[in-house]
Write a protein that binds this ligand. Structure first.
Ligand SMILES: Nc1ncnc2c1ncn2[C@@H]1O[C@H](COP(=O)(O)OP(=O)(O)OP(=O)(O)O)[C@@H](O)[C@H]1O
Ligand SMILES: [Mg+2]
Length: 367
């Protein structure tokens, strides 16, 4: 079976590094703080949070807000998980004895749990009831309870004032902590770290920004091939690393492609073909993304950033990519960084965050 894993479900045997970040998260939660984990798309936030939920020893409730469209949905998801935790800890009497006087009613039988809502109850009352439930569960567990909210940038799907509501709850909650996560850097930083942000001063920050380290990735590739009866030499594993730069998603995807096209031992051509294949497959999505962005000079700017590693704003460079002046370039780059597509490395120096997008930009647009 192909040993490389892609998808939302965390796989402990496929998890590489993140040792320092994990320590930071653990320390943050242990010290009674709330934490926010920010990283670009596909950098491994969900796996990281799931690892924490499963392995930290804390009782955790994990919610991906992207898939929750209402306060009722949020209550449902949390109640189901509370039920599981209490069942595991043999605290089921809690459900019978303590779940009265909430603005929703919880029924359970034969191992299933369901919540019913009466029409008169509004969202604010439901949230109030949910917080009361969390407090009671925490007291019953008699340990810190951690709520992990993934894709937090989508909180308005649940309720437009969810952030305000959480702020008041967080201030009063005694032993209930939160871990927030998301990829919209600008929005989340504004929310959590700027004076005007609704959740300002509520959290410590853990950056999952760095790509994975070379040694760990090479060792991981060699090990995964080796344990399934195939071989990749450390040199070719390094080549895979160079192409993916240690981007977690592409490390797995590249491994997956390469493993499935290899009979016994990987050769150089396999590496090239697998990478081209990945770029090809992703191109369709990137085309759509670039069209959706729709700014003037966006293609020129992407190609420029993909190809040039030095100062981008010199007049010779701008001319080479048909960009009329440096303010036009600044404008596009600002937009692209807001979307998390490019990142500023230093004065006048930028890079495309996603290594496959970078290769795509190099190949797709001609100047
Ligand atoms: N630490 C890791 N080691 C190896 N592979 C990883 C690691 N973290 C994530 N991955 C791989 O990257 C993929 C994407 O990870 P994940 O879904 O956690 O990213 P994400 O940041 O939550 O993405 P999104 O912003 O799209 O929600 C996973 O399916 C897995 O294949
Ligand atoms: Mg995710």
């Amino acid at each position: 079976m192909n040993p490389f894993k892609i998808g939302r479900a965390y796989s402990p045997e496929s998890f590489v590094d993140r040792v320092d970040e994990y320590c930071d998260l653990l320390e943050g939660v242990k010290s009674g703080n709330n934490v926010v984990v920010i990283a670009p798309r596909r950098f491994g936030k969900t796996w990281f949070l799931q690892k924490f939920s499963v392995e930290s020893g804390f009782s955790c409730l994990y919610v991906d807000l992207f898939g929750v469209y209402s306060v009722r949905g949020l209550v449902n998801t949390l109640v189901e998980q509370i039920f599981e935790i209490l069942r595991r800890k043999d605290l089921m009497a809690f459900f019978v004895n303590y779940l009265k006087n909430l603005p929703f009613s919880i029924q359970f039988n034969l191992g299933f749990v369901g919540v019913s809502f009466s029409k008169e109850v509004d969202n604010e009352m439901l949230l109030g009831g949910l917080y009361e439930l969390l407090n009671r569960v925490q007291r019953e567990l008699n340990e810190r309870l951690v709520i992990v909210l993934d894709e937090f940038q989508a909180y308005k799907n649940v309720h437009k004032n969810l952030a305000e509501s959480l702020r008041s709850y967080i201030q009063s909650a005694e032993n209930v902590g939160f871990v927030f996560s998301g990829s919209f850097k600008h929005m989340l930083e504004q929310l959590f770290f700027e004076n005007s942000g609704i959740l300002y001063h509520s959290c410590l920050k853990v950056d999952l920004n760095p790509l994975l380290p070379e040694d760990d990735c090479v060792e991981y590739l060699v090990r995964q091939f080796g344990r399934t009866g195939k071989v990749i030499s450390p040199d070719l594993a390094k080549e895979v690393y160079t192409k993916t730069k240690g981007h977690p998603y592409y490390l797995q995807l590249f491994g997956y492609e390469l493993w499935s096209r290899t009979q016994a031992e990987v050769d150089f051509e396999d590496v090239e073909d697998a990478f081209n294949n990945i770029v090809e497959k992703e191109s369709y999505n990137y085309d759509i993304l670039v069209e959706t962005l729709g700014y003037k000079y966006v293609k020129n700017a992407l190609k420029l950033v993909a190809e040039q590693s030095g100062e981008l704003f010199s007049s010779g460079t701008l001319e080479g990519y048909d960009i009329p002046n440096s303010s036009a370039l600044s404008k596009v780059l600002r937009k692209l960084s807001e979307y998390g597509i490019v990142e500023k490395l230093g004065r006048g120096r930028y890079e495309i965050v996603d290594p496959v997008f970078e290769e795509y930009a190099r190949k797709r647009f001609s100047n």
